[in-house]
Write a protein that binds this ligand. Structure first.
Ligand code: SOE
Length: 390
């Protein structure tokens, strides 16, 4: 069988992780990559062993061999490039946030439907085996009625005022930073697990470090190394390092979460706890193979990820026996596996249910970010508006 041919635009931190995940599938071939110059594209293509290098992504979009394009560029380019990918008739996987506003994401969703392309957004945390297992447990009413959802997403890679990255500048990263970058993952994951939508928010945001020292050589995401003789320029910062948000779900249940990129020692700690009327459950991305299950009338339990103990609906997301732990790269592989299996099986994006986050989820996420920003600005509860006119 012919392999599905893919092109990737952008090869910073996340592009190569997409490429590695796709290569693990076997039935997908990354045939091209695009960068901001021909020289950069050729260097990266040689490094990653990819045959075609494009200094202009538009040239890649004209390549009829390429069926699917991954948009792994910085945030401000997502909307425009996603639009061009769809108009070129290619299937699309976009990094989040899907666009810079929910008005733009509504337009992308409508366009993807009109052109009948398969559309995915890389919300990869819902693809962890234990997260799937918990979603199945909740569907089976094992926790009872979900009453409360609380948690946080904490990182420390922007803790020092000398930490700098393109995500800090609103014209490149967007008006929201911590919420759009990591709060979006928290919301997508808990909405997926509970099967509920966040419909209203009350937010408090803060820029803990209001002035940063920008190194002459721009830092990579999670980049820790700095030259000793680095030259810095002081830059005012107006995107949030921190946010706490009260949320209301569509069935009236309540929640709260905190995001921070300045919490020392927390590397990529997405965690949440769900309190049901019978039991609670709690998960933390940094210890991804364990699910804590809380009881009132007997000792608490820890479920260790194990296909033999999983519910039928979660088994396809776990690929190794118990104790052979799967983590972040494996969850990303699940995202790609589900996306490309959908294409391989010739499924219809207008009719068939996707086992991955689509542009619909990307649009929901953008609408939550918009509501959070408005709530913080106006210091009040704000409803999440999905019906933005494209
Ligand atoms: C940086 O905060 C980042 O790389 C996010 O952009 C990713 O989406 C998240 O998975 C890890 O952290």
């Amino acid at each position: 069988m012919e392999k599905i041919k893919v092109g990737v635009i952008g090869t910073g931190f996340i592009g190569p992780t997409h490429i590695e995940a796709m290569r693990r599938l076997g039935f997908v071939e990354v045939v091209g990559l695009a960068e901001t110059s021909q020289e950069a594209a050729e260097k990266k293509a040689a490094e990653l062993g990819i045959p075609k290098a494009y200094g202009d992504y538009r040239e890649m979009l004209r390549d009829s061999e390429i069926q699917v394009v991954h948009n792994c560029t910085p945030n401000h380019l997502h909307f425009g490039i996603n639009k061009e990918i769809i108009l070129a008739g290619k299937h699309v996987v976009s990094e989040k946030p899907l666009a810079m506003s929910s008005k733009e994401s509504a337009e992308l969703l409508a366009l993807a439907k009109e052109h009948k392309v398969v559309h995915g957004v890389n919300f990869n945390y819902r693809q962890f085996p234990i997260v799937k297992q918990l979603a199945e447990m909740i569907k089976n009413d094992e926790l009872g009625k979900v009453n409360l959802v609380h948690g946080s997403y904490l990182q420390d890679w922007l803790l020092y005022d000398t930490d700098f990255n393109w995500r800090l500048a609103p014209e490149v990263g967007g008006k929201s930073r911590a919420i759009a970058d990591i709060g979006s993952h928290w919301c997508d994951t808990v909405q997926y697990v509970t099967g509920k939508r966040i419909v209203e928010v009350f937010a408090d945001l803060a820029t803990v470090i209001p002035v940063r020292k920008k190194p002459k050589h721009n830092g990579a995401t999670f980049g820790a190394e700095k030259a000793e003789d680095e030259i810095y320029e002081e830059v005012p910062i107006n995107t949030e390092d921190y946010a706490s948000v009260l949320v209301r779900f569509d069935d009236g249940s309540r929640g709260v979460f905190t995001v921070s990129q300045v919490s020392a020692g927390r590397k990529n700690r997405l965690s949440f706890e769900i309190d049901g009327s019978k039991h609670s459950a709690s998960w933390n991305q940094e210890e991804p193979a364990q699910l804590w299950i809380g009881h009132r009338d007997k000792p608490n339990e820890v479920l260790q990820a194990d296909p033999a103990l999983f519910l039928p609906g979660a088994k396809s997301s776990i690929h190794h026996p118990g104790g052979h732990n799967e983590g972040w790269p494996d969850a990303l592989k699940n995202m790609m596996l589900n996306f490309y299996t959908f294409i391989r099986e010739g499924k219809d994006p207008l009719q068939d249910k996707a086992n991955f986050a689509t542009f619909e989820d990307g649009h929901i996420s953008m609408a939550i970010t918009d509501a959070v920003l408005e709530s913080h600005e106006e210091q009040r509860w704000v409803k999440v508006q999905l019906n933005q006119k494209a």
